[in-house]
Write a new protein. Structure first.
Length: 651
């Protein structure tokens, strides 16, 4: 084995946290965060070690540096700020700190009453060795200090001078590069804007938003009625695909194989003679209408998120223009989508093993770029797990390099490792299993996985109680109380959530058949008429919850979520707080939509910053009522028919 180019570096750097897949993928943060890094940094022998954290924004030439602080047992921690959206790099640097070692040994020699002549000469030599690397001003200071050490009488004043922090700080400004050990990787941080962490999504089908029942709605109709969504406090308006819908093999109502005359088909069967992924369904309007909707949303402090579904109807222009983008069956026909025994003849999946994969990648990137130019900076991507991982690893950084503010939500209800890989590949947020987590144990275990394990460094969850594809069993059977409790959980457990409306606020809960999660008369296949003024609408509760989220910083982050025990398995209790403790929220939810559930909440007082003897006020932000609580055990009783939850602000 050959000798290294420089063998005098004596420091080891390992076990860096966070580091995703040995540095293969970046961690994620939000602008103005402090990025905290820990690592083991140590050397041979008894010499002291110095560890530094280096960082820079992508494209900067020079590194910025900060001293890491020892946590004991060779563990070190450092932090750096990320003040701009974009990509950052960070790495670590270690070296033997000869001068600090000398100062430490000098203290021991003084305590042992040893002769100090030779130690003082050693200190002077270290100062002189630093001089050639120093600026003229500091070089002069170092020479003066060295001379003072050499001419010292080694009394108490001389020792105090030798141990001054200024000497160590000056020497450390000019390390010997030949003796430094750099970590063997430059790690990355992707820094997004605040909406990547905290967002409230509302999904609607534009074709169902005409003020005239049964008439095909337009983008102009949505813009005209957008106040309804804004009044509830949502900041992201999410639209399913708005492109032309294919006519061949079009699905009928309730997903029937054959469409009847006048059936609208599924928006996810993209493409017809009118155009493909960069065209707008003529019945919805024009590009001018889309621009008007984007502008109206901005006036209401909202953004438009667009669904991107990379699949094609048989009528899509790409089928003729780029047949190589699709797989062929042995009989020469194009392979339609299947999930045996289900068949989706109205959709052709794209072939990511195509001989023209480069052309396919470019075509798909151009779809994103087109809508970004049209004012869209948030994309919900349909089934990204059925597309090649290398494509996402390429296209998302490519798009963010030019448009750093663009965000991507992965709609991938699939295996955990696949969902995590998509997040590593660049997706900003991800759908989750929240929709199917019902019990206190299931919810607690899942939330701890999302917020306390290494997954949190790159996987940002977005909780959806329902979607157009998923009507979970608890909503089918639990009625409006179940809708309320799931809404409280979604809005307070995690900082980003969404609902498919108006199906959610109106309590739509009839499946196609028992055991199915498909809606009867699903909006995916037909125009719906919604009674937005219904007296039973959950709009007031949704509005209040979004207001509570905006007014309480603790609910705008996934950090510092803590579960508190209860003596009733139907009651779940948890708290969230800001880093400085100025905002503390305590939530108790009844998970039973049918019965009143009483019980004792057992608070972890140290987490809340309270003592066992403290009496404190909890103000219920839902009921606008205050209570005096004391100590660890406190009683609650929640009636699902009235309000299945308390959201307390703790004073």
């Amino acid at each position: 084995m050959e000798k290294p180019k420089e063998g005098r570096g004596r420091v080891v750097i390992e076990n860096i946290v966070p580091e995703v897949n040995c540095g293969r993928f970046p961690i994620k943060r939000i602008v103005d965060d402090l990025v905290s890094i820990e690592a083991d940094v140590f050397g041979d022998g008894h010499d002291h070690v110095r560890a530094r954290l280096l960082w820079k924004q992508e494209g900067d030439r020079d590194w910025q540096s900060t001293e890491m602080q020892s946590l004991g047992n060779d563990r070190w921690r450092g932090e750096f700020p990320v003040a701009k959206v974009g990509r950052y790099r960070y790495t670590l640097l270690g070296e033997i700190d000869h001068f600090e070692t000398w100062q430490s040994d000098l203290k021991k020699r003084v305590e042992a009453k040893q002769d100090l002549e030779l130690p003082f000469a050693t200190g002077a030599l270290l100062l002189e060795q630093t001089q050639p690397r120093a600026t003229n001003k500091d070089s002069t200071k170092l020479a003066s200090w060295a001379k003072k050490l050499r001419s010292s009488n080694y009394d108490a004043d001389a020792v105090a001078f030798a141990l001054q922090e200024e000497l160590l700080e000056t020497v450390n400004r000019y390390p010997d590069a030949a003796l430094e050990t750099w970590y063997d990787k430059e790690l990355e941080v992707v820094v997004d804007r605040e909406r990547a962490r905290f967002s409230s999504w509302y999904e609607l089908f534009p074709r169902s938003w005409s003020p005239t029942p049964g008439k095909h709605g337009t983008l102009r109709d949505v813009a005209a009625r957008l106040d309804y969504v804004a009044e509830m406090g949502f900041d992201v308006l999410y639209l399913p695909p708005i492109s032309p819908i294919g006519k061949s093999f079009r699905k009928g109502k309730n997903n029937s194989v054959e469409a009847a005359p006048g059936d609208e088909g599924s928006p996810w069967a993209i493409g017809s003679a009118e155009g493909g992924h960069t065209a707008i369904h003529p019945a919805l309007g024009t590009m001018e209408d889309f621009h008007a909707l984007v502008a109206r949303a901005k006036e209401l402090n909202m953004e438009v998120a667009l669904d991107i579904a990379f699949q094609c109807a048989p009528d899509h222009p790409w089928v003729k223009e780029h047949p190589e983008f699709f797989k062929n069956r042995p009989d020469g026909s194009i392979q339609y989508a299947e999930n045996p025994p289900k068949k989706y003849q109205d959709i052709y999946p794209l072939d990511f093993e195509s001989s023209n994969w480069k052309g396919l990648w470019d075509a798909l990137k151009n779809v994103f770029s087109f809508w970004i130019d049209a004012g869209v900076l948030i994309f919900r991507v349909d089934n990204p797990h059925t597309k090649a991982f290398p494509f996402w690893e390429w296209v998302i950084p490519e798009l963010k390099e030019k448009n750093p503010d663009v965000l991507f939500l992965a709609e991938a209800f699939t295996r955990p490792r696949v969902m995590e890989r998509l997040a590593k590949a660049g997706f900003t947020q991800s759908y989750t299993y929240f929709t199917w987590r019902d019990t206190k144990e299931e919810l607690t275990q899942y939330l701890l996985e999302l917020t306390t394990t290494p997954v949190r460094e790159y996987f940002t969850p977005n909780f959806w109680p329902n979607t157009p594809d998923i009507l979970p069993a608890h909503l089918q059977t639990g009625g409006l109380p179940a809708f309320r409790s799931r809404l409280v959980l979604a809005t307070t457990l995690i900082a980003s959530y969404g609902i498919y409306g108006p199906a959610f606020e109106l309590g739509e809960n009839t499946p196609t058949k028992p055991g199915s999660e498909e809606y009867l008369n699903s909006e995916k296949y037909e125009i719906k008429s919604w009674d937005l003024q219904s007296a039973s609408s959950l709009k007031p509760l949704i509005t209040r919850l979004n207001q509570i989220r905006r007014e309480n910083k603790a609910l705008q982050s996934n950090e510092r979520l803590h579960f508190h025990s209860t003596d009733n398995p139907s009651l779940i209790c948890y708290s969230k707080r800001t880093a400085d403790g100025s905002n503390l929220i305590l939530v108790v939810v009844n998970l039973d939509p049918f019965l009143v559930q009483p019980g004792w909440v057992n608070l972890d007082l140290d987490v809340l910053g309270l003592a066992a003897s403290d009496t404190f006020e909890v103000h219920d932000l839902l009921a606008d009522r205050s209570y005096r609580w004391q100590g660890r055990r406190n009683y609650v009783a929640l009636r699902p028919a009235e309000m299945p939850a308390h959201i307390f602000r703790v004073a």
